[in-house]
Design a protein around this ligand. Structure first.
Ligand SMILES: Nc1nc2c(ncn2[C@@H]2O[C@H](COP(=O)(O)O)[C@@H](O)[C@H]2O)c(=O)[nH]1
Ligand SMILES: [Mg+2]
Length: 515
């Protein structure tokens, strides 16, 4: 890839900090910036809604698939294997199953649906269908990879082995079984115990997390963690990420120094509902025992209980379980929701609800984005060619309509044969343009992902996921560590909006240059 797609960032110059083991730590914003540094396109932070970091007083993080980037090839295969075990041994399945419902790309098992079947099943674009639960499953987190793949396999299996799955077990039934089995894998330790035994095998190490947390705190922001994982697992994962692993079998809580408040077992997205009256418990770190609190403040414990009453010490990060955003705002002394920036990976659970219901500022982590924008850059000529072909198609179609109109208004006897031959040529040209467009579009789609194409596009329109990202994520980027490439006081500004009448004038290069 050439360098011209990197952006000039006039006011920053990241430095490399030495890691504990002498290794280099990725770029982190320095205290004395020099101009001229360029941020690689795959690591940039993209802005849908302007956000001035100077107005942010607290920056919060989700843990799983945000701070902790799991390795899908090992972690999701653990979920896949665990789910098969449960389907086979607990539910008596002979083997292993998708249910995706894009109107433009649809599969039944591993077979692509014909256009007719697709319209028959999902309707055409004119038929309003919310494609929401419970009739559809939303595959919008990497945690769903295993279940989507298993469901596709089971659909294939049912179709190709009639009789081996009982009649009454239809596709919907199979999906419910897969969902239940995968849910159990997350709850009964199948996954978490394996991760705890060898986190390195399942989670990417990220030496920039600690410097980023330090940088945010040094810039005067409070930092917090809100995760649906429970304390024992959170402690294991955060120890691994912050490089302070367990010593002599005893837990190490050193990583807590980088946070002001930690909430585990938060039950997002309902955590974001201000009406939520869930109790907030303090977690005793050594035992994981839950202690009642009075809305986060220590409460005298009645009777002979072994839990230690933790002092109300503002200097020590406290760990809580449950509660709701009301508690969190109080603990962080946040006056207004718009002063909080929350970084998460789940468009619904982390981003949509916290933005829509609460008005938090949001940043979505989309790991696929790094490869996707690089691919986009490399495919820019194909994109321009497609734009050119679409405008050519319009031009030729207009010519055909003009000619047909003029032919229709004439007496057939008086028609000039040259006009008929011109019409033939134009129709031939339209077909040529149409098939070139289709071929380049297909090839472009497959360059991103053989089946699903570009994450943020369906054909040449934004995908449903992209639509949600645009509406609810103020910022989005490929990984949390990209925050370290920008000033903690950065003013993220959105790019200009374009209406269709402005595109050909200011958004794209003129047609003759594209061709
Ligand atoms: N019971 C289930 N738990 C699940 C499922 N998919 C993911 N998870 C767990 O949620 C948290 C996510 O934590 P966060 O830091 O992103 O808030 C993590 O512990 C996962 O194991 C599921 O299908 N069922
Ligand atoms: Mg998460």
């Amino acid at each position: 890839m050439d360098k011209s797609h990197e952006i000039d960032v006039q006011d920053q110059k990241p430095v490399r900090l030495p890691g504990k083991d002498g290794s280099k730590i990725p770029c982190i914003w320095p205290s004395s910036p020099k101009p001229g540094h360029k941020i690689e396109i795959g690591k940039q932070i993209f802005c849908n809604r302007s956000l001035n970091m100077k107005n942010i007083v607290a920056v919060g993080f989700d843990m799983d698939y945000t701070l902790a980037q799991y390795k899908p090839e090992t972690f999701e295969s653990l979920a896949y294997q665990g789910t098969i075990q449960k389907l086979v041994y607990d539910l008596g399945y002979p083997l292993k199953m998708d249910r995706h419902k894009y109107v433009k790309v649809a599969y039944h098992g591993f077979n692509v649906l014909s256009k007719e079947d697709k319209v028959g099943t999902y309707g055409n674009t004119l038929v309003s269908n919310s494609f929401d639960e419970p009739d559809y499953a939303l595959i919008d987190t990497l945690f769903s990879l295993a279940e989507a793949y298993l469901f596709a396999q089971l659909v294939d299996f049912k179709d190709s082995h009639p009789g081996e799955i009982p009649e009454h077990v239809d596709y919907a039934h199979m999906y419910k079984d897969v969902r239940a089995a995968i849910d159990m894998c997350h709850r009964d330790g199948t996954l978490k115990q394996m991760v705890a035994k060898g986190p390195k095998r399942y989670i990417n190490e990220d030496p920039s997390i600690v410097p980023i947390l330090k940088m945010l705190r040094a810039s005067g922001r409070a930092t917090f963690l809100v995760t649906n994982s429970l304390w024992d697992y959170t402690n294991t994962v955060m120890n691994f990420l912050c490089g302070s692993s367990v010593v002599d079998g005893s837990a190490n809580f050193g990583w807590l120094q980088y946070f002001d408040v930690v909430v585990t077992g938060s039950a997002k997205p309902s955590f974001f509902n201000e009406e939520n009256r869930a109790n907030l418990f303090e977690v005793e770190l050594e035992t994981g025992m839950l202690i009642n609190t009075d809305n986060g403040s220590p409460m005298p414990q009645v009777g002979d209980i072994s839990a230690r009453l933790l002092p109300d010490d503002k200097e020590v990060c406290k760990v809580f379980q449950g509660g709701s955003v009301r508690h969190l705002h109080k603990l962080l002394s946040v006056a207004s929701s718009s002063q909080v920036l929350y970084v998460g990976d789940h468009i619904y659970g982390d981003i949509l609800r916290s933005k829509k219901v609460l008005g938090w500022r949001t940043m979505l982590v989309v790991p696929e984005l790094e490869k996707e924008v690089k691919q986009l850059w490399e495919s820019r000529n194909s994109r321009k060619e497609l734009q050119f072909l679409r405008s050519e198609r319009d031009r030729v179609e207009d010519e055909i309509h003009r000619l047909k109109w003029s032919l229709d208004s004439k007496n057939p006897k008086d028609v000039d044969p040259k006009l008929l031959s011109e019409l033939d040529k134009l129709e031939f040209e339209r077909e040529r343009v149409r098939s070139s467009h289709q071929e380049i579009q297909r090839e472009l789609h497959q360059r991103f992902h053989k089946v699903w194409g570009q994450l943020m596009k369906t054909g040449y329109q934004n995908s449903r996921f992209a639509h949600q990202v645009e509406r609810f994520a103020c910022l989005y980027t490929s990984q949390v560590s990209n925050l370290g490439l920008y000033s903690p006081n950065k003013y993220y500004r959105t790019s200009e909006d374009f209406m269709p009448h402005e595109f050909n004038i200011v958004a794209y290069e003129p047609r003759e240059m594209v061709a």
